[in-house]
Write a protein that binds this ligand. Structure first.
Ligand code: AMP
Length: 580
């Protein structure tokens, strides 16, 4: 039996083993370098995802790995952290790449290299994305200066190998990410050619969402006694699931805050918990939702007991409508009037989904679980469906008409309640009687309903949200023809147009260091322009700047308006974001 398998019984399991997300495990116990632990803490990650928990220890021990995991499971960190650890442990500085990550598309090359860069920030890791469609000169210069991790599409990697500009001699790790996609896109030959030029001593990690025969063949040829990590395996279905209505909405990242608002408006939950992946996301979403007029409270692992108690108290006495929490913080939480669980992100493992939604539908009460799914996350949804043995209802996001209908329904329900309770309306009789001299009774009733409705429903500025669907749904979709080295690929990854067709991203020259919070940006934009808070999409705040998604049609107006105003007492520069 391989040593790592007995050392890490949960980390080296095969498809038959399921993961328990309640296992106490933190990043430090995985054996990671302090600089990496610090970077993860900076990002607000509270605990490793199942794939990270299971893959990182054997990878740090130098094993090869065959991982079956989809996007959204945290697999990028699962391979990036061991790579970065290798860099930290390098005896001497070396300008030749220590790791080569092969990915199917240009978008993924950019995403993965950004992720590796983020995790390796404190080690000053030099990461270079290498893909077709970008002038090769730029890549040549960067490679010549020295690079630690190259993230490349296979075609472009082959080009560089042919030119002699990619030196694989010092390579410690090769990662094949989304191997099935790479094969589907016709990169098999390129992959074989690249792998044949790597030194024998390197460690190989192969990740694939599916495991067709060709992947098995590839792993036989290129992996040496690999650890197998399989996520989302079937067989752990929950037989006695409580009565929970489970639905999912497909939304782009940019429209998520607006979509969450719409869901809350339509569902009108008595009390809801919204789950996010990281502490930072919890804080930002709480700010955003408060900026949009909801009473949200944050709960995460960075808070002490006293703060947690205060939050729970506000939820119990209903001064807060909404709890925004990480999985860790919500563990053991028991809120008896909770009616809705909302997954702001699809959880990284089906088991966490079951844990999350298990917080509603208790004691025979009906519960609702709503999941916001991004178009590329169809595999995570499938894994959850397999695990729970239940299909998720994938619904269109409620429209403005749905919202209006729902508000009208609430008004009707309120009036009906008041009509059944004779006592409470009696003191208004004089008002009706005095008006009835002048007006028809039906007209008086209509006016009363209108006043009641308007005071209940609030301002009516709802905007239609774009309708999007899951990628590869129903097996259709069609793979793009082989991307080759020179053409940017259109397949498999989200593009900027997918982030919400009619949204633009603005760069604002002030960030966390200037004390900027999402509510400040929403406030400034809504206060200075004709844009309402609800039209503002995703907000990302970094240390030195912020990015805000706004309707394309109003972007210029906002830029002009903010030129003449201040945010948090300071002048800021606002322009269209060029970077992505
Ligand atoms: P991936 O499956 O690698 O595409 O990752 C999906 C998302 O999960 C990314 O946005 C990561 O930043 C995030 N993520 C990865 N690991 C963790 C973690 N341990 N805690 C919270 N978020 C994570």
């Amino acid at each position: 039996m391989p040593a790592a398998a007995s050392d890490h019984p949960d980390g080296t399991a095969d498809a038959a083993t399921s993961v328990t997300t309640d296992e106490p495990a933190d990043f430090a116990s995985l054996g990671l370098h302090p600089a990496l632990l610090q970077a993860l803490d900076d990002l607000g990650y509270e605990e490793p995802t199942p794939i990270q928990r299971r893959a990182i220890p054997p990878l740090l021990a130098g094993r090869d790995l065959l991982g079956q995991a989809a996007t959204g499971t945290g697999k990028t960190a699962a391979f990036a952290l061991p790579i970065l650890q290798l860099l930290a442990d390098r005896a001497e500085p070396d300008d030749r790449p220590a790791a080569l990550v092969l990915v199917p598309t240009r978008e993924l090359a950019m995403q993965v290299s950004q992720a590796v860069h983020r995790y390796g920030r404190r080690l000053e890791a030099r990461v270079l994305p290498v893909y077709g469609g970008q002038p090769i000169r730029h890549q040549l210069r960067a490679l010549a200066r020295g690079v630690d991790v190259v993230v490349a599409t296979p075609g472009r990697a082959v080009d560089h190998l042919a030119r002699g500009t990619l030196d694989l001699e010092a390579l410690g790790v090769v990662v094949l990410d989304e191997a099935d996609e790479m094969l589907d896109m016709g990169f098999a030959e390129d992959l074989e050619s690249i792998l044949s030029q790597t030194p024998d001593t390197h460690q190989t990690m192969l990740f694939s969402a599916t495991m067709p025969g060709r992947i098995a063949g590839m792993s036989k040829r290129h992996l040496d006694d690999p650890v197998r990590v399989t996520l989302g395996a079937a067989g752990a279905g929950e037989a006695g699931q409580p009565d929970i209505r489970q639905l999912a909405y497909v939304v782009t990242r940019a429209t998520k805050p607006a979509a969450l608002g719409r869901v809350l408006d339509v569902e009108a939950p008595e009390a809801a918990i919204v789950f996010c992946g990281t502490r930072t996301e919890v804080d930002d979403l709480t700010d955003t939702m408060n900026g949009r007029g909801y009473r949200a409270e944050a709960l995460h692992g960075g808070m002490d007991q006293e703060q947690r108690d205060r939050v729970m108290e506000r939820l119990r006495n209903q001064t807060a409508d909404l709890l925004v929490a990480t999985d860790v913080a919500a563990r053991g939480l028991d809120i008896d009037h909770l009616t809705h669980v909302i997954n702001y992100d699809v959880p990284s493992a089906p088991e966490s989904y079951v844990h999350r939604i298990g917080r509603v539908g208790r004691a025979g009460r009906e519960g609702v679980a709503i999941t916001l799914v991004e178009p590329r996350q169809h595999r995570l949804v499938k894994a959850i469906e397999r695990h729970t043995r239940r299909k998720m209802d994938i619904d269109r996001i409620p429209t403005v008409a749905d919202l209006h209908a729902r508000r009208m329904e609430l008004t009707r329900a309120n009036l009906r309640e008041a009509l059944l309770d004779e006592q409470s309306t009696d003191r208004f009789r004089a008002v009706v009687e005095s008006l009835s001299d002048e007006f028809d009774l039906v007209d008086i009733a209509l006016a009363a309903v209108r006043v009641a409705h308007e005071s209940l429903a609030g301002e009516d500025d709802a905007q239609e949200l774009p309708e999007v669907s899951l990628r590869n749904e129903g097996g259709g979709g069609g793979k793009p023809p082989r991307g080759g080295s020179g053409k940017p690929s259109k397949g498999g990854r989200p593009s900027s147009s997918e982030r919400g067709g009619d949204m633009a991203r603005l760069f604002v020259s002030a960030g966390r260091q200037a004390g900027i919070r999402p509510a400040d940006l929403v406030g400034a934009i809504a206060g200075e322009s004709s844009v309402s808070g609800r039209e503002i999409g995703a907000i990302e705040i970094t240390r030195n700047f912020s990015l805000v998604e706004v309707p394309v049609a109003k972007a210029d107006e906002i830029i002009t308006a903010l030129k003449h105003s201040t945010i948090k007492g300071r002048k800021v520069k606002v322009r269209h974001d060029q970077k992505r």
